[in-house]
Design a protein around this ligand. Structure first.
Ligand SMILES: NC(=O)c1ccc[n+]([C@@H]2O[C@H](COP(=O)([O-])OP(=O)(O)OC[C@H]3O[C@@H](n4cnc5c(N)ncnc54)[C@H](OP(=O)(O)O)[C@@H]3O)[C@@H](O)[C@H]2O)c1
Length: 334
């Protein structure tokens, strides 16, 4: 099958690591509890760029092909797949799947519990924009962040693929959402996803949050870190929770320990990809149980910035690496 070859293969033959190339790869066969999916669209993620550059190997035993999410049609079902928690699929069914790798290929296998039915109102490109963003948002807002309806949550990097879904999901969960990013123009569109306020990632961030909720935010879900970490932390109220999810602005930051002590803050970090399959399956099923009806009635919408044909994978990754997208970048196979 046609696939984005793993960095090590791509690096041979004089192609520098980090430049994705398409080539032939064996078609995977579904093992027990797995679903073979004919991929019709796949979402691109920052993790793919790190993997292609040789800095983020896939978890042991998972496909070396990049690609953390896809949408497509069920081609075949491995033994016992129909018995997996909450998941029963038949050939031809429209699905979307969270993957540990392998999505940037014409076929991929996924554990059945990591596969969700794709609502008929979504195109395959929109479906491919859902799994990683939805499950990351759910994991960090709900499972890690403990978000409750009525609470105030600050989402940083809110204009990106993860951020747009986190804003929309938090609003759907009944939270007051402050969406923060560095581009004022794209921030405005986040009101349409349910943000109660938008804010630039600058020294006015904490004031902007306190303008909405005087005590400060209950939760920060931070996709950028780096120099913005102290600003995000300053926006938290007493007993505030902070979950670090991404490092778009860098891995080093100053931490005001006195603020942590006095406001009794809790600081956590979270990675989805290396979690064991059963844990991921549970998160997918929980997120799906909440979000599928909302996706189906249009009240929760994946945000696709642009789609590229699979043959233009180099241009698609260049667009992701270049930044400035509003939402997800997706490639389509058909
Ligand atoms: N921990 C996990 O389990 C997990 C799961 C999924 C993703 N992630 C991570 O989450 C992060 C966001 O992923 P994504 O898919 O949303 O990426 P994305 O679509 O490329 O969006 C990135 C967001 O970060 C902003 N940003 C980039 N560089 C910045 C900087 N130097 N300062 C401030 N903001 C900056 C972007 O703003 P502009 O558009 O203005 O550049 C955009 O809002 C990535 O680091 C990714 O690896 C983590």
């Amino acid at each position: 099958v046609r696939a984005v070859l793993p960095a090590a293969v791509g690096a041979g033959g004089g192609i520098p690591a980090g430049i994705p190339i398409l080539g032939a790869w064996p078609q995977p066969a579904p093992g027990p509890g797995e679903v073979l999916i004919r991929v019709l669209a796949a979402g691109l993620n920052q993790a793919d760029l790190m993997q292609l550059a040789g800095r983020y190997p896939p978890p042991a035993g998972e496909s070396p092909i990049p690609g953390l999410e896809c949408a497509g049609l069920v081609e075949a079902v491995g033994g016992l797949a129909e018995q997996s928690a909450g998941a029963s699929f038949a050939p031809g069914e429209r699905v979307m799947a969270l993957l540990a790798g392998g999505g940037l290929a014409e076929f991929v296998c996924a554990p059945a519990a990591q596969v969700l039915p794709a609502p008929p109102n979504l195109t395959f490109a929109q479906g491919a924009a859902v799994p990683e963003a939805l499950v990351t948002a759910w994991t960090n807002l709900v499972a890690e962040g403990g978000l409750l309806a009525g609470e105030t949550v600050l989402v940083t990097g809110a204009t990106g693929g993860m951020g747009t879904m986190a804003v929309a999901l938090a609003a759907a969960l009944g939270a007051k959402v402050v969406a923060a990013a560095r581009d004022a123009r794209r921030l405005e569109s986040l009101y349409g996803l349910g943000a109660a306020a938008v804010a630039l990632l600058d020294d006015g961030l904490a004031d902007r949050v306190r303008g909405l909720t005087p005590g400060g935010a209950d939760l920060v879900v931070d996709f950028v870190g780096g120099e913005h970490f102290p600003r995000a932390l300053a926006a938290l109220g007493a007993h505030g929770r902070y979950v670090l999810v991404g490092l778009m602005a860098g891995r080093a930051a100053a931490l005001d320990l006195d603020a942590v002590l006095r406001r009794r803050l809790r600081i956590a970090g979270s990675l989805l990809r290396p979690r064991p399959r059963p844990e991921k399956g549970r998160l997918v099923q929980e997120a799906g149980a909440f979000a599928l009806p909302l996706l189906a009635d249009g009240s929760l919408r994946p945000v696709v910035d642009r789609t590229f044909p699979f043959a233009a994978i180099v241009e698609a990754y260049a667009a992701l690496a270049g930044g400035g997208a509003a939402g997800k970048i997706v490639v389509t196979m058909a």
